[in-house]
Write a protein that binds this ligand. Structure first.
Ligand code: G3D
Ligand code: MG
Length: 221
């Protein structure tokens, strides 16, 4: 059974979190600037799309519950800034990431050409078998510069799944995140520890306690 739940949560440190999930994983959204990373996070987590473009400074994150194989995975979704000047920050963010969504815009050929560079960076900073999916965003846009078949071919070359999405209109996102959740769960779900305090089992967070804070509660992106 694979379905996405609708009870999106964006927590602050003051929230009392109930144990509404089996385990939590950190997921990064990567890709060039202006491809729609922030829009994807906001639309997927909050059903919210804002047309004004505010550049993300550093990182922001939100939560979304995804259900795969009868397990509830709480995704802590990190929205990063793709700008070169923040790349050093981005590299430190790979730590603990269990899944990656790599985004290009179908209206921006350069962002598509940069996919290979992002894949290299991912492999430099993570284990090679980290679940990654490729998204061609802005599929609603009339000024297409990258064909679906091109995105598909590149994804196949890297052995990863490919989706076209529209954060603006909201399509493709559930399918993409659901596929990533499935890949993550296939990798770790069967083996998640009965005792999360055991050494060597800190690759994901099973307990509901959080020592992290979200910068903002609503989506002011
Ligand atoms: P980023 O976080 O990757 O930098 P943003 O990208 O989410 O800030 O989006 C950059 C621009 O692309 C924004 O427009 C945003 O509205 C637009 N955008 C994002 N997703 C989509 C989409 O699916 N379809 C279309 N048509 N546009 C999208 P502005 O005009 O504010 O720069
Ligand atoms: Mg952004």
């Amino acid at each position: 059974m694979n379905k996405l739940t609708t009870n999106t949560t964006t927590h602050t440190t003051n929230d009392k979190l109930t144990k509404d999930y089996d385990y939590m994983v950190k997921v990064l959204i990567l890709g060039d600037s202006a491809v729609g990373k922030t829009s994807i996070m906001c639309k997927f987590c909050d059903k919210n799309f804002q047309s004004s473009h505010v550049v993300t400074i550093g990182v922001d994150f939100k939560y979304k519950l995804v259900e795969c194989n009868d397990r509830k995975i709480k995704m802590q979704i990190w929205d990063t800034a793709g700008q070169e000047k923040y790349r050093s920050i981005v590299q430190t963010l790979y730590k603990g990431a269990m899944g990656i969504i790599l985004v290009y815009s179908i209206t921006d050929r350069k962002s598509f050409q940069n996919v290979e560079g992002w894949i290299k960076q991912i492999h430099t900073n993570t284990s090679t078998d980290i679940p990654v999916i490729l998204i061609g965003n802005k599929a609603d846009a009339p000024d297409r510069m990258v064909e679906y078949s091109e995105g598909k071919r590149v994804a196949q070359n890297f052995g990863i799944k490919f989706f076209e999405t529209s954060a603006k209109q909201g399509y493709g996102l559930n399918e993409a995140f659901n596929a990533l959740g499935e890949l993550i769960d296939n990798k770790i779900g069967e083996n998640f520890p009965s005792d999360p305090t055991q050494p060597g089992q800190n690759m994901y967070i099973k307990t509901p306690e959080l020592n992290v804070s979200s910068k903002r509660e609503g989506c002011s992106c």
